[in-house]
Design a protein. Structure first.
Length: 178
């Protein structure tokens, strides 16, 4: 009798462990394919924008790559500063008695750095546009408008919180349990 109880308990535990491993493995695999299951990995150093502009010649590709490299070299130190200031902001805002004057000053500094980054990116885009033919420029502009709209949608409310909750609730309007 005791032996059969132990055997059943062992089988239940083994089945539970199998289910946990299967479910966690499935969810990990799904997380890896969230972006685009049909996407082919791009070669290192390849710019995705080059694939979205039709009929680029080798000279245009090289010029765009040089412009992009210069942009990255300019922006990287600014992004590092933003990261440092965001860490400082987290530290300041988690203190027992936060100093709002310091917090607001850091927020202003981050905003200025982000604005400078955006200005540099826009200058890069305009430099790229100068290299393109009329047809290429139309495709380039259409893609950038589409990309901007998607980015704005992500920022405006498609962020999901715990359990898939967003402003409208999980899964199309259901209320979130808080």
């Amino acid at each position: 009798m005791k032996n059969s109880i132990l055997r059943k308990s062992f089988l239940r535990m083994l089945l539970s462990a199998f289910l946990v491993i299967t479910i966690s493995g499935t969810s990990m695999a799904q997380g890896a394919t969230d972006k685009d299951p049909n996407a082919t990995p791009r070669p290192k150093g390849e710019l995705p924008m080059l694939n979205r502009i039709p009929n680029l010649n080798d000279t245009q590709k090289e010029q765009i790559k040089k412009l992009h490299l210069a942009l990255i070299k300019e922006i990287q130190p600014i992004q590092n500063q933003i990261g440092e200031k965001q860490a400082r902001l987290r530290t300041l805002s988690s203190e027992e008695k936060p100093d709002m004057k310091s917090i607001n000053a850091i927020i202003d500094e981050i905003s200025i750095l982000k604005a400078n980054t955006q200005k540099k990116r826009m200058a890069f885009m305009q430099d790229v546009r100068k290299l393109l033919t009329d047809e290429q420029r139309i495709m380039f502009d259409q893609h950038n408008q589409m990309f901007s709209k998607k980015a704005a949608m992500r920022k405006d409310g498609n962020r999901q919180g715990p359990m898939g909750c967003n402003r409208q609730g999980p899964m199309g309007g259901k209320k979130c349990i808080r």
